[in-house]
Write a protein that binds this ligand. Structure first.
Ligand code: ATP
Ligand code: MG
Length: 332
């Protein structure tokens, strides 16, 4: 079985629709055909200032949501990144193979540090993509299901894998991004050219999986739409309606062209109402299952420690090879 790995940051109290459509839904599908590893990347979360209590809570919420969305702890290895020490160890080795200029080209750092100014950003935020490369390469992943925003990081990961293999001998599998065009970038409801994001979307711009139906409906109804009243797919001139079309289609399975034909001459209201219902119908069962899973923390922690054990077995094997190839002395 080919192997798949992906991760999600515990940087908010819920995942949003972009995380669900761009990543998590694919994770669930891929566990059927792949040897699947999925992690809650808490080491990534601390690249921006984080409260310990919030991090703890959000890590459990993230894990619960993954199971609630359909990850099966038997078939998928679901774990917390910091439980497997090899992530940081491999990241160090890869740090030493990455050029300063190469790291400085990463646009996510530019976007995320713009908020507080580049010089106030942590070095961890700067080296984030290198830790991400370690996450992927440790598991010898063939495929990495992500949204379009991670394309550049995946390219760096492949470059680092190739560089290591070239310099030290064949060690790492070259991973390929698994990006579904139709859902690669779900945009902010209030700012329909920007990606919906846990850390930068306003409350009105983001649809959280754990949100109640009332606010979800309200936000969809108030989503920024474009001039004119025609339902048409046009990213350039109608980014707001195009985003809602993409969401409707992804959630209901209806092709965008059918939706456009069906809503011809109807204005935005009726269309938005259907989008809202599709979102509520998708999120409600996930929210209910998440709440149930969170009511038994001991059980959730037990599932995560089983995941960590399985992940460690693979990570340790890769890391032993890396240490040897790099020239570190074995311990007695
Ligand atoms: P943050 O703002 O803290 O970076 P995020 O919303 O970007 O949070 P991540 O945890 O960084 O979420 O990303 C988890 C996964 O979700 C990644 O694979 C990412 O590519 C995907 N993803 C995030 N936002 C979107 C989006 N708007 N559309 C499609 N996929 C997305
Ligand atoms: Mg992100």
């Amino acid at each position: 079985r080919p192997r798949v790995l992906s991760g999600i940051q515990p940087t908010a109290d819920s995942f949003h629709l972009g995380n669900y459509l761009g990543a998590v839904r694919q994770w669930v599908t891929l566990q059927e055909t792949h040897d699947a590893f999925y992690c809650v990347v808490d080491l990534h979360a601390i690249t921006v200032p984080t409260e310990p209590a919030a991090l703890r809570r959000r890590s459990r919420v993230a894990a619960a949501q993954l199971f609630a969305a359909g990850l099966d702890p038997e078939r998928s290895t679901v774990f917390v990144q910091s439980h497997v020490r090899e992530h940081t160890e491999l990241a160090w080795v890869l740090n030493c193979l990455t050029g300063m200029g190469e790291a400085a080209r990463m646009t996510q750092f530019k976007d995320k540090s713009a908020k507080f100014g580049e010089s106030a950003a942590s070095v961890g935020l700067f080296t984030y993509p290198i830790l991400q490369a370690a996450d992927i390469l440790l598991y010898q992943a063939d495929s990495v299901p992500v949204g379009a925003d991670q394309k550049q990081h995946l390219e760096l990961t492949r470059d680092l894998a190739q560089r290591f293999n070239h310099r030290f001998g064949d060690t790492f599998t070259l991973p390929a991004p698994h990006i579904l065009k139709e859902v690669e970038k779900i945009t902010d409801l209030q700012e329909p050219t920007a990606k919906m994001s846990k850390s930068s979307s306003s409350p009105a711009g983001i649809l959280d999986v754990l949100e109640q139906p009332g606010p979800l409906r309200k936000k969809v109804m108030r989503a920024v739409t474009d001039t004119g009243s025609e339902i048409a797919f046009d990213e350039e001139n109608k980014p707001g309606i195009s985003n809602l079309l993409r969401i409707h289609s992804a959630l209901t399975g209806a092709p965008i062209s059918d939706l456009v034909a069906r809503f011809e001459g109807q204005g935005y209201g009726a269309f938005k109402k259907e989008v809202a219902e599709a979102v509520v119908e998708t999120f409600t069962p996930i929210r209910e299952r998440t709440e149930k899973l969170l009511s038994d923390e001991a059980e959730l922690d037990r599932l995560l420690s089983i995941g960590a054990g399985r992940a460690r077995a693979v990570a340790q094997e890769t890391m032993a090879q890396v240490r040897d190839r790099v020239g570190f002395l074995p311990t007695a």
